[in-house]
Ligand binder design. Structure first.
Ligand SMILES: C=C(O[C@@H]1C=C(C(=O)O)C=C[C@H]1O)C(=O)O
Length: 434
């Protein structure tokens, strides 16, 4: 372990920002085009699988050429600086030249400043697929040009054994009380919106093969981004930010209704969601928080006037896609840092919402609701909000902690919010159950 030196603020070092390779190591990176090797997620090994995929495209990675672990209020800035330094001195041979080729790090950041660990991982091997092209990237820290590895499907994952679920920090009744407290604070004028979360513990009879839930989520939630980074995995419908060759995009969600299972009825529910003043208000807070945060980084921005309804198998959301033209050199991670926490996972105003979450939620969110995604050597990348996800217990790999949260506004009903949280836990519960 080599501690970071010089440019890193002193307190960040004290808070254990560490990297597993000396920052001066000669990083050699090679990307080559390959023939289609089969579905990306089938390539993942059981040990520490990394993924960011949607509709079969994206990137998967394994092995660890380098990693950066950090905590605290400057976690994004220290990680961004580490990454710039890594790629700034790297020798790169990239025969494909797309966003996501060349050096790529997967990352996952804690929701709050404390507690919670944040990580960037540079895999030894990354395989990517986009628009009919496939590539493999290999990384060497020994200074030699890495050879082309075999890119083959791994053995099929094992189904988790006899999984049971139990309440996490609070049972449903306690959580409803917390939600009621938030509603009374909102009615008292302390703030406009706060997002409150709850957790659930899944326990299997044996070590959980993370690839099983990853593959199930990708199959069942093709409109979501399926991710896996350092033991945090899920399928999120919400894209905090994408930066790609000067174009900045974001998908904002807020306002939710549960699916009924009957298509005709669901269409009527979708129409009522699009007219619901409570949900439209909640959505407006979220869109405004993202548009305001992106404004300083964009020369122009398109913010649609009305949201559309995003249909997922378990719930429907009000959704807005924003797009802007980047006006400075901020990386995708820098933009994610500026956006986090948006009103979709924090609230409005942000500082009052964060304080109320710390005061009444009584839950260590860890990396749930934090940015998760990837960054490449040009600073392009995609960062989702880690929702509909679970974290593997680092001390016991037969246990996972599942999370779900709901936006609370003046008109929120605690019982309905609990039911919404149950619906949001369904993707991970089902993915672990079979
Ligand atoms: C916080 C979560 O979801 C967020 C809250 C939503 C809402 O309250 O309507 C909708 C989508 C997400 O922005 C979660 O899934 O855990």
């Amino acid at each position: 372990m080599t501690p970071l030196t010089a440019a890193v603020p002193v307190f960040a070092v004290r808070l254990a920002a560490v990297t597993t390779v000396p920052v001066s190591a000669p990083l050699v990176v090679r990307t080559m085009e390959i023939d289609a090797p089969g579905p990306l997620l089938d390539l993942l090994p059981e040990n520490a699988p990394m993924a960011w995929t949607r509709r079969g495209e994206g990137i998967v990675g394994w092995g660890e050429a380098a990693r950066f672990d950090t905590v605290g209020p400057h976690r994004f800035a220290t990680a961004d600086r580490w990454w710039r330094r890594m790629v700034g001195t790297a020798v790169v041979r990239d025969e494909v030249g797309l966003p996501g080729t060349g050096p790529v790090a997967f990352g996952s950041f804690a929701f709050d400043d404390m507690p919670g660990a944040s990580t960037l991982v540079l895999p030894e091997t990354v395989v990517g697929h986009r628009g009919g092209r496939w590539w493999v990237t290999t990384v060497s820290v020994s200074g030699n040009l890495p050879g082309l590895p075999d890119v083959l499907a791994d053995a099929a994952p094992r189904r988790p054994e006899a999984v049971t679920f139990a309440d996490g920090s609070h049972d449903g009744t306690e959580w409803e009380r917390i939600v009621a407290e938030a509603v009374s604070r909102i009615n008292a004028g302390d703030l406009e919106k706060v997002v409150l979360a709850r957790d659930m513990i899944a326990e299997s009879a044996a070590r959980i093969d993370q690839r099983w839930p990853i593959q199930r989520l990708a199959e069942r939630y093709p409109r979501c981004w399926t991710f896996s980074v350092d033991g945090l995995l899920g399928a999120t419908p919400e894209l905090l930010v994408r930066r790609e060759r000067g174009l900045v995009t974001s998908r904002v969600l807020a306002g939710t209704i549960r699916r009924s299972g009957d298509d005709a009825h669901d269409l009527a529910l979708a129409a009522s969601l699009a007219r619901s003043s409570k949900d439209l208000e909640e959505h407006e807070y979220a869109v405004r928080s993202v548009a305001n945060a992106l404004d300083p980084f964009c020369s122009s921005m398109n913010v649609p006037e009305a949201p559309f309804v995003l249909h997922l198998p378990n719930v429907m959301h009000l959704a807005t896609d924003l797009a802007g033209v980047a006006s400075d050199g901020s990386s995708a991670l820098g933009l994610a840092s500026a956006l986090h926490p948006s009103a979709a996972v924090g609230g409005t105003p942000t500082s009052a919402a964060r304080e109320l979450i710390r005061e009444i939620e009584d839950l260590d969110r860890g990396r749930y609701a934090g940015p998760v995604g990837w960054i490449d050597g040009d600073g392009d990348g995609e960062w989702g909000i880690a929702l509909r996800c679970a974290a593997l217990d680092r001390a016991d790999d037969s246990r996972m902690r599942l999370f779900a949260g709901c936006g609370i506004v003046a008109g929120s009903d605690p019982e309905a919010e609990l039911a919404e949280s149950v619906a949001k836990l369904v993707p991970m519960r089902d993915a672990l159950s079979g």
